[in-house]
Design a protein around this ligand. Structure first.
Ligand SMILES: Nc1ncnc2c1ncn2[C@@H]1O[C@H](COP(=O)(O)OP(=O)(O)OP(=O)(O)O)[C@@H](O)[C@H]1O
Ligand SMILES: [Mg+2]
Length: 481
């Protein structure tokens, strides 16, 4: 570079630095959008206080429904969008209404399709401004969906009103309506890890399962005991509260894989239509805090933690200070005893959980073993799963007696294998197919398959998973539950 060029460059750099250091004297100018809102509010929007409120992304639809309901009370309510390029996503409401450089104007409202149930959706406002009168005062409410792309973890609301007290009342009322009309209320939902593996996960609506009491084969009294605790307490909530009894309950179902823990949970979901249920499993267990918040807002509710052993000792959200299991147990504790919330935990490694439960007493007030089926239960199971077949009771009972120490899921699989054999061989399913299928499944050569379908370890008579016996209520009720 020539020395004259270098000098010029140095001068230019100095000039730019000085310019940058100068205060920007330009006043923000009311944008066309600001003018529209000024018309509605009757005052210069630059002088308006703006109240910000953040809402969980799971509640976008609820926010939309509640805002629409509040606006519907005003026949002149309007909903407008914002034009002005991608910048609109980066500017807050004040800057959209008055800006030094950019012109934002009323534009199309942006929508996103959101689930409102297992098979229903709603066109939900993801970026728009509601203009309506609330309690007689004009308000403008900008709602924006959470967005990974724009670094927004929550749904954000910005409320401009001539009086801040109106905004405060609006926010309080909005939350009431959101909870009253929530699309989550009465549904079965599960959290799933979102594609980014952080944040608070996505919410999925599930069809409520259909599992009748006759579909669950357990030792006498076991299912009734669980039902009484989970459903009975909810059914008699008012009476129990009047007697000074807490409603919150924690139930642990433990036992070997394939014995019906998940099936029991499904039966409880079937038996409580209209009760909100939130399911967490595997990776989504780390959303425990959000799930507990949701359960509180939706009470009466059921919060299910499936297979807690799988992540028991993993660190929780953002590698929190304590293992996830403790976070789960603390979430149970954080819910007031008056709340009609049933917590259900399932595990096939109760030995892993016991020390933690002993350290956090009072969270689980009923622990129920779901054991391997005994001979009588195996007969019932085989009869159940062969109910649509012509297999004879004698053959089924004989198979039940031979299939010692197998799981309930093994019984189901046995009938399926027998049916498949018959289908492949091109004849009607008969007792011989059942016997042959059982031979194959019990054959030690197929030991891996046996393990896969829940056929025990084929060694001694002890539980293959080393579960320890625990009786009803061994964690006894502690004050504060
Ligand atoms: N007690 C039972 N009565 C009737 N069917 C059962 C029973 N247990 C298991 N089954 C059958 O086996 C399937 C698998 O059982 P389930 O998922 O409930 O096992 P689990 O105890 O939750 O096992 P895991 O510990 O592996 O989660 C059920 O969907 C059902 O078809
Ligand atoms: Mg299960």
């Amino acid at each position: 570079m020539e020395s004259t060029d270098r000098a010029l460059v140095t001068d230019l750099q100095r000039l730019v630095q000085r310019l940058n250091a100068l205060p920007d004297t330009r006043e923000p100018q009311t944008t066309p959008l600001g003018a529209s809102i000024q018309e509605h509010l009757g005052v210069d929007p630059r002088a308006l206080p703006v109240t910000r409120e953040q809402v969980s992304p799971h509640r976008l639809v609820d926010t939309d429904i509640a805002l629409a309901a509040l606006a519907a009370a005003d026949p002149d309510a309007r909903l407008i969008g914002v034009s002005g390029g991608m910048e609109r996503h980066h500017e807050d409401l004040q800057n959209l209404l008055a800006h030094r450089y950019t012109t934002f104007a009323p534009g199309p409202v942006e929508y996103v399709t959101t689930a409102t149930g297992p098979s229903t959706t709603r066109q939900t406002v993801s970026f728009g401004i509601h203009l309506f009168r609330f309690d007689g005062s004009p308000v403008a409410v900008l709602v924006r969906n959470a967005s990974q792309m724009f670094g927004r973890e929550s749904v954000t609301l910005e409320i401009a009103a001539t009086d801040e007290a109106v905004s405060t009342r609006l926010v309080a009322r909005l939350h009431e309506v959101m909870n009253e009309r929530s699309v989550i209320r009465g549904n079965v939902v599960s959290f799933t890890s979102d594609e980014f593996g952080n944040g608070i996960g996505a919410l999925t609506f599930l069809a409520r399962p259909e599992v009748g009491p006759g579909d669950v084969v357990l030792p006498d009294g076991v299912l009734d005991g669980i039902r009484g605790h989970v459903i009975g307490i909810g059914d008699h909530a008012e009476r129990l509260l009047a007697l000074g009894q807490h409603l919150k309950r924690g139930v642990l179902l433990y036992g070997p894989p394939g014995t019906g823990k998940t099936l029991t949970v499904e039966h409880l979901l079937t038996s409580t239509p209209g009760r909100t249920a939130i399911l967490l499993q595997g990776g989504s267990l780390r959303f425990v805090a959000e799930a507990a918040r949701l359960a509180r807002a939706m009470a009466p509710a059921m919060l299910v933690f499936e297979d807690v052993d799988l992540v028991a000792m993993e660190r929780g959200m953002f590698g929190g200070p304590q293992p996830l299991l403790f976070e789960i147990l603390d979430a149970l504790d954080g819910v007031g005893g008056d709340a009609d919330i049933a917590f259900l935990l399932t595990t096939n490694r109760v030995d892993m959980l016991e020390p933690a439960l002993a350290q956090r007493p009072g969270r689980v007030d009923l622990a129920v073993e779901i054991p391997l089926p005994d001979a009588a239960a195996r007969r019932t199971l085989l009869a159940l799963y062969a109910r649509d077949t012509a297999l004879t009771t004698a053959a089924l009972d004989a198979a039940a007696d031979r299939a010692d120490r197998v799981t309930a899921s093994f019984a189901k699989e046995l009938v399926r294998r027998a049916a498949l054999r018959a289908a492949l061989a091109g004849h009607e399913l008969g007792d011989a197919d059942l016997a042959t299928a059982l031979d194959e499944m019990l054959d030690s050569a197929a030991s891996i398959t046996r393990a896969l379908v829940g056929g025990g370890d084929g060694e001694d008579g002890s539980d293959s998973d080393g579960t320890t016996a625990m009786s009803f209520g061994s964690f006894g009720h502690q004050p504060g539950m």
